[in-house]
Design a protein around this ligand. Structure first.
Ligand SMILES: [Fe+2]
Length: 243
């Protein structure tokens, strides 16, 4: 089913901003502050109500120590709380973006079962994405696949359990990405073109303009190097069309 745009999306956002009257309050002995909502019936009937963000990811694992260490390293995360059963991770304004849950008796991850394929962390700049890539390579964490999706420059990693996560930089604005997805290239290749992350990093350091680096084929893979494109992802031809 085609995605439906909410005609009132901008109006919703503006409406919420306008209606949310900020009144700081204290509750339970300074443990909490809340923003009072004075226009309650209007908030309860905001048209096209939508979440503001994806708040967190919770992973259960039989490799608690390895998974904890991996995600702390990957995200440069802080640990606001942990015990023998769970480790909470934060790396931005949200109190926790990830929880690793210790489930030693559970079975392994099954990559061929229904459920989540991967989740993704966005970096603010291409430099930070590539710097994080370089930092991780120095501790033995290598991407298993690097691909320019058109709208993103993306690097995929396996975690110790075999879950797939992606780190990405947005090559385009959302409006540009909308147009890209409606354009002719996306119809022949909606997945993208692989790149060599070490070469992209090298070209970034050399000062190649960002407008070039975010293009397909800005850092082509060595044809003689082992292919990293996953087995379940179709290859593409010289024109970039999926085979
Ligand atoms: Fe993705």
């Amino acid at each position: 089913m085609p995605a439906q745009r909410c005609a009132g999306l901008d109006a919703c956002a503006n409406s919420k901003r306008r209606l949310a009257v900020k009144v700081a309050g204290q509750m339970e002995g300074d443990l909490m502050s809340v923003i009072e909502e004075t226009n309650r019936e209007e908030l309860l009937s905001v048209p096209c109500v939508r979440p503001t963000q994806i708040a967190h990811i919770v992973l259960q694992t039989t490799r608690f120590a390895q998974m904890r260490a991996f995600y702390i390293t990957l995200l440069n995360a802080e640990v606001p709380f942990e015990d023998k059963d769970a480790c909470f991770l934060r790396y931005d304004e949200e109190h926790h973006r990830m929880v690793i849950v210790n489930t030693p008796d559970y079975g392994p991850v099954n990559r061929r079962a229904s459920g989540m394929h991967h989740f993704t962390f966005t970096y603010a700049t291409l430099g930070e994405l590539l710097g994080n890539y370089e930092r991780l390579t120095k501790v033995g964490i290598e991407p298993m696949w690097s691909i320019n999706h058109g709208f993103t420059t993306s690097m995929y990693y396996y975690d110790p359990d075999g879950n797939i996560l992606e780190t990405q930089f947005d090559n385009m604005t959302s409006e540009e990405a909308d147009a890209f997805m409606r354009g002719p290239y996306f119809s022949i290749n909606p997945i993208g073109v692989d790149f060599d992350p070490a070469l992209l990093l090298e070209r970034y350091r050399q000062g190649v303009l960002l407008s070039e680096l975010v293009q397909f084929k800005s850092a082509p893979c060595d044809p003689n190097a082992p292919q990293t494109r996953p087995d379940d992802v179709p290859e593409y031809d010289a024109a970039g069309a999926l085979l």
